[in-house]
Structures are given as C-alpha cells and as structure tokens.
Design a protein around this ligand. Structure first.
Ligand code: GDP
Ligand code: IMO
Ligand code: MG
Length: 420
C-alpha cells in the first residue's frame, strides 16, 4: 500500500516536517515529482536542514528513500545535498535509490529558465530558476537524458546534441551568459551520481509493496501549482496531485491508500499569479513576520493571506484527501480575529468553485470571521489542551471541506505536532 503526503495550497505547507514526522511508520519514502524547486525544511538534532532533491525520510536509518521517475534531478544540487546529509552520518549509498527513468536537469535548462523568465518581463511566472520548466519540456518533447542514460557511453554525444539544441533556443532569446563553470560542476556531479544506486524504480517500489512494505509518497510544490489544475500559467510543470504518484513512481491507482493533505492554518504563495486571499497590508506583514515566511529555496518573501476554503475544498476533491494536517497553527496565536474565505465574488456573482482562470475576471474573496484563540499553543502536546476557539476554527474547516484535520502542527520542531 502507498500513502501520500502532499501540499493542498501553493507549496511550502510544511510537507518536509510532516514527512519526517511520519517517516518512522514507513519502510520507503519516495519523491514522485518536482525537482530542486522544492525546499523542504526539517529539524534534525535541533539543526535546520533544507532538502531539495532527497526525500524527507533520509534521516531515519531504517527507511529507504527513492527519487522516482517523475522527478527532474539536478546532479549538482543532489551532490551538494548528499554532502550535507553525510555530515549527519547518513550513508546515501545505503538508503537512497534513484529511478533510471528520472530525467536529468542539465545546465542549459537553468539558462533557458532564466532566459524565458527574462523575456516574459512583468508577466513572469516567478520560477525558482532551477530549470524545471525546460527539463519537463524536454521530457514531453522526448529529448531528455535520464539517469540510466548517464551509465551508457552514448551519454556524452547525447549531451552535446541537447546542448546544441538548447544553444539555438538561447540564441533566439538573445541570452548571453557564460555557463562553462556550471558545466564543470555538472560533469563532476554526474560522476558522483553514477556512483549512487540507480535502479529500475517501478520494479523496486512494486517489489517492496509485494513484500508488504509500507510506502509513503512525498509531494513537492502544492496542488494549486499543479500543471493541469493549478492557477495556470502561474504553476509548476508537473502533476503535484495524488494522480502524479502513479505516473511518478509506476504504482497502480489501486495501491493508493491514505492521502494526507497538508495545509497551513492560513495561506501563502511565492512567485507570481493569482492569490485571492492575499493581504497586502499590516496583517499580511504580521503573518509573514510571525510565520517567518521567506522561501526555503530562493529566500524570497512569501505573499501571505487568510485560508482559502474554496481552493482547499477544490484541492481536497482532486486529490481524494482522506485526512488533513494543519500546520503553522501557532502562527495565528497572536491574532485577535481570524478570517476564512468561504466563497468568491466573480464578476459580481457569488461562487464556491475555483474558476477556469482568475486573471481576466474581477474576483474578490467573501469571508467569515472567527475569534482568535489568543494564547501560546507551541508547547501543547494533547488535543484536549488545544484552545476551544481553535477547535471551533478547525471544525468549521472540516465541515466546509468535507475532510477532517487529524493533526495540528504547532511549531517547526519535530515534536511539535498534536494528533486530534
Ligand atoms: P515545505 O516546502 O512544504 O516542506 O515547507 P517549507 O519547509 O518550505 O516551509 C515551511 C516552513 O515552516 C519551514 O520553515 C518550517 O520549518 C516551518 N514550519 C513547519 N511547520 C510549522 C509549524 O507548525 N509552525 C511553525 N511556526 N513553523 C512551521
Ligand atoms: P515546495 O516543495 C512554493 C513556485 C515558484 C513559481 C512557480 C513555478 O517547497 O513546496 P518553477 O521553479 O517550478 O518553474 O516555479 O512555482 N514554486 C514553489 N512555491 N513551494 C515550492 O516547492 C515551489 N516550487 C515551485 O515560486 O511561482
Ligand atoms: Mg518549501
């Protein structure tokens, strides 16, 4: 059986911490999509670690970690991260496995990402500039180099072919930047990657499942950034939703069991694109300050706002969420009044659905107000000790969305989580 943990908003919901918390209950933790655009923060022995490519189960000696075929993998980021992980005494050669079908991010993907964003100007997506879009374009365009290809002698000639194709595109963009230093570190990192376990991912995982092992699929980004169902074109280039688990790991839909959706108690977004409940005022600033809302990958300030139940109900629907984890509830400790968005006013008409697009319509959120709990919740361990105003807030969300919040995260620490 495969359980899934994924983000229900625009990313950065705290997935890394939650995967790390649940990891001891699983034998295998597998990333199924995304790449180094992800930044998953964990605290190990009180030390902060941000993982971009490696699954968040890596710090548990008894879990096997898999980078699935649906991921785009930058060898440079991977090597850097393996060094960090090794500093904690973790041997990645023992518990990290990479699917041979995983697509490789090459230096020119990063250059193309940058060139494309520069050309878009004001309407840029706000990409993390890690080469995600161009790498997935080469996958669907059937040009990509995959991890298994690195082991074949044709790799260099295929790399040169791809590099030439990219150069023509870069010339079209009038992009002039010397990337020879990027290439040098790329080839060094490729040698390192070749020394890791590159396996047939789909057999690897399905064999584990047949042996009765428990698999946890770890999502990156968030459902509102999904290439099909997110706020297109301000999205990432992969299917971030539960359906992506099947294509990103090679497991059948019949194997998917629990889908745990992670949502903040409020909402954030980093990068461009629509964000109905965004607060561009002192309250938004306070959320950013208390929640320390700065990107784990790029350091950019995250846009902040109230929780959006229209979007949350939508993402629970497309993911088949069976339970939710509400993170950063402690960030709301200091607020006297809270708001939740229960509907949108779209061109003067009330709607409870996420529209096809949000940029060519007049869209305003409709809120219901709640009394804040106004007390420090960060040391609470038991559900019974949570303030009743928080329970009222959560009960309302449960009823609206139709999926229950089963865990409340009340701080960034590993132990700061309350089961309801
Ligand atoms: P991810 O991409 O979904 O893994 O989330 P990020 O790591 O990008 O961002 C989440 C941030 O919130 C990190 O800095 C976490 O350490 C922090 N965090 C996670 N859960 C909580 C929580 O319950 N309370 C607080 N205050 N911080 C949290
Ligand atoms: P985690 O896994 C938040 C956003 C970028 C940009 C858009 C496209 O940490 O939750 P891309 O680099 O994918 O082409 O960028 O998606 N984005 C994220 N936002 N968390 C992430 O990952 C993100 N990964 C990409 O800011 O708006
Ligand atoms: Mg993140």
């Amino acid at each position: 059986m495969v359980d899934v943990i994924l983000g229900l908003q625009w990313g950065d919901e705290g997935k890394g911490k939650i995967v790390d918390y649940f990891a001891p209950r699983y034998d295998v933790i597998a990333r199924f999509q995304g790449g180094p655009n992800a930044g998953h923060t964990l605290y190990v022995d009180g030390k902060k670690v941000v993982l971009h490519q490696i699954p968040s189960g890596i710090f548990h000696q008894n879990t096997v970690n898999v980078i699935g075929n649906g991921v785009v993998l930058d060898p440079v980021t991977l090597k850097r991260e393996c060094d960090i992980v090794a500093g904690f005494g973790i041997d990645v050669r023992k518990n990290l496995f990479i699917s041979e079908r995983t697509n490789i991010i090459v230096p020119t993907h990063r250059a193309l990402d940058k060139a494309s964003e520069l050309q878009k100007g004001e309407s840029k997506i706000g990409s993390t500039l890690k080469g995600i879009g161009p790498a997935y374009m080469d996958k669907t365009g059937r040009n990509a180099i995959r991890a298994g290809d690195l082991l074949d002698k044709s790799f260099i000639s295929n790399y040169i072919k791809l590099r030439l194709k990219h150069q023509k595109l870069l010339d079209n963009f009038n992009f002039i930047e010397d990337i020879s230093a990027w290439e040098e570190e790329f080839f060094e990192a490729v040698e390192f990657l070749k020394s890791l376990n590159i396996v047939n991912g789909e057999y690897f995982i399905n064999n584990k499942i047949s042996e009765g092992k428990k698999v946890l699929a770890e999502g990156a980004q968030g459902s509102m950034l999904d290439i099909d169902f997110g706020t297109f074109p301000f999205v990432t280039s992969s299917n971030t939703i539960s359906a992506g688990v099947c294509t990103g790991l090679g497991v059948s839909p019949r194997q998917i069991n629990e889908v745990l959706g992670v949502t903040k108690a409020y909402c954030t977004r980093v990068g461009g694109g629509p964000f109905p409940t965004e607060l561009e005022d002192a309250t938004g600033e306070e959320l950013r300050k208390i929640g320390n809302e700065f990107g784990a990958t790029t350091g950019r300030p995250r846009r902040c706002g109230w929780i959006d139940l229209v979007a949350l109900k939508y993402t629970c629907m497309i993911n088949g969420v069976t339970q939710m984890v509400m993170t950063k509830a402690d960030v709301l400790d200091a607020f006297e009044d809270l708001k939740v968005c229960t509907a949108y006013n779209v061109n003067g008409k009330e709607s409870k659905e996420v529209p096809f697009q949000m940029t060519r319509v007049q869209l305003n959120p409709i809120y219901e107000s709640f009394k804040g709990w106004n007390c420090d919740t960060t040391a609470i361990k038991e559900a019974a000790a949570l303030p009743s105003d928080m329970s009222t807030y959560i009960d309302f969300i449960n009823r609206y969305v139709g999926a229950p919040v089963k865990y409340v995260s009340n701080g960034p620490g590993r132990e700061q989580i309350v089961a309801l």
